[in-house]
Write a protein of this length. Structure first.
Length: 211
């Protein structure tokens, strides 16, 4: 990622936010030419495709939630619980469930951050599907933090959302991500059995609900 930044901007003090790139906000409005911008986008897609990471995500389908839950529930807290539980499933698969894992969360505001941290600690203290303490520690990071992991997380969110809103629409960015999701059956099933695992939705589809 540092090499990509140096090649395209001359320095690495650039934070890659998907919305800024899409809306062509500074510094993503200062390419020498359209061909340079296209080169940057292609190189960014290649970086995500070639990078080795496992993707765990959760999307809240608000229009499909019961109206009372949609009005009262905190979407961030619901997604946090889902992702932490799935991450622990991943650690169990790798035999790493006893290791301390640091979770970096992007700040959104003092009130929101305090509420999220409280919910994080409640989940890790046992309010989860396992009914046990989870070995996670939270790190709250400013939005301007030049963290590779946070930038990857920001870049993958919109393609996932677009896919879920319209599964028939061509979505090259999501197709790049298919093989990244945590999936049922280990990495031999990468790109196939990821729905309900590395890609979860709330509410879950009928096919993914326990019987």
């Amino acid at each position: 990622m540092e090499h990509l930044k140096f090649r395209n901007f001359g320095h690495d003090i650039i934070v890659l936010h998907e919305a800024d790139i899409r809306k062509e906000l500074a510094p993503f409005n200062n390419f020498a030419s359209k061909s340079h911008k296209d080169f940057f986008i292609e190189e960014l897609n290649g970086l995500i495709s070639d990078s080795k990471f496992v993707l765990i995500s959760c999307a809240i389908l608000k229009k499909e939630l019961p109206s009372k839950i949609a009005q009262e529930a905190n979407s961030y807290h619901i997604a946090l619980l889902s992702c932490l539980e799935t991450l622990y499933d991943f650690l169990i698969e790798k035999g790493q469930e006893q290791k301390t894992i640091h979770i970096v969360v992007e700040c959104r505001g003092r009130k929101e951050d305090n509420a999220l941290e409280l919910e994080f600690r409640r989940i890790c203290d046992g309010a989860n599907k396992f009914g046990r303490s989870l070995p996670f520690k939270i790190i709250l990071a400013d939005k301007k933090t030049n963290s590779t992991g946070l930038q990857f997380a920001d870049l993958v969110a919109r393609p996932i959302g677009r896919h879920l809103l319209n599964r028939t629409q061509k979505n090259r960015a999501f197709n790049i991500l298919r093989a990244k999701f945590f999936c049922k059956g280990g990495r031999s099933r990468a790109g196939k059995d990821y729905e309900g695992w590395g890609l979860k939705t709330v509410p879950a589809p009928e096919s993914e609900k326990p019987r």
